[in-house]
Design a protein around this ligand. Sequence first.
Ligand code: ZN
Length: 336
Amino acid sequence: MGRYLMGFDMGATKMLCAVLDDTYNVIAKNKVKTKGSGNDEIFSTICRCIDECLAKLPSDAPHLDGIGIACPGPIDEVNGIVRSAPNVGVAEFPLRRLLEERYAVPVLLENDVNAGVFGELVAGAARGKQHVIGLFPGTGLGGGIIMNGELYAGATGGAGEIGHMTVQSDGRLCGCGGYGCLEALASRSAIAKDAVAAAAGGDAPALYAEVGTDLKKVTSGVLRRAIDGGDVVVKRMVERAAYFLGVGMANCVNIFNPELIVIGGGLVEKFGSEYLGVAEGVMRERAMSSLADTVVVAAAELGDYAAVIGAAARLAEKLETTTSKKSKPSAGAPAT
Ligand SMILES: [Zn+2]
């Protein structure tokens, strides 16, 4: 009988979870708004999201075999702790222990961007690939690296911070403290800052009419509508962000020689090929041609479910390793 795992995406605005079968089909899903702050309140929200999802399962469904959680911010994988996720309102949050105690199943925590890239690898745009770079421009700009078919974690688990690659050494200050990081120039937040400044100056009337100068309200959808409404200046900002994304992609191509670059997030969903086309063109112009010639650029396929599926898949991978270790006879054991 197949395995049933839950994938869970702990987001700053919403929590999304799904029970998946062993080919990553969604059996039941649920979404709740992220409410409250502090470890206790957030833990109740997480449990409510999980409980409601489990209640949607058919009564003859097999019981759950584990929960994989995609978490924003740094995590301590060894101890199962979310170190700090200020956007969600938790810190030093012993989530793995709390969930294992409550649901009595194995729990795995994974960084949300890594989970998203891994989801695309097992069930999305990167299926069957071995060497993949994933980039997700959004509030920040998350990145993940697949090497030889596996997620590359680095020496201390922190690899893949592609958003903090310097692409303009004297550029704008980034949230990480650096200057001219890819995230500071190509994320949706970066575009939103410029767009709001333009709106305040009277140069983006369509955007101003919809959200005024409220930075928090500038979603990818708002940017799309501003451009459709005639805000040429906003169009140029999105193109500039795509240009910098292309510069970052070229650097990745030169370092990793990937066969595929997957781009996900709201900007890709709202701007599609016009946005990807600019980024891809810049990458092909700037990367070494021997490497640029073979790389494919594709939009992510799984949307909101990439991290949910990826977190469950990471747990499946871990459970398989544990099972095969247990069932494999140790080297040198008598063959009786
Ligand atoms: Zn940075």
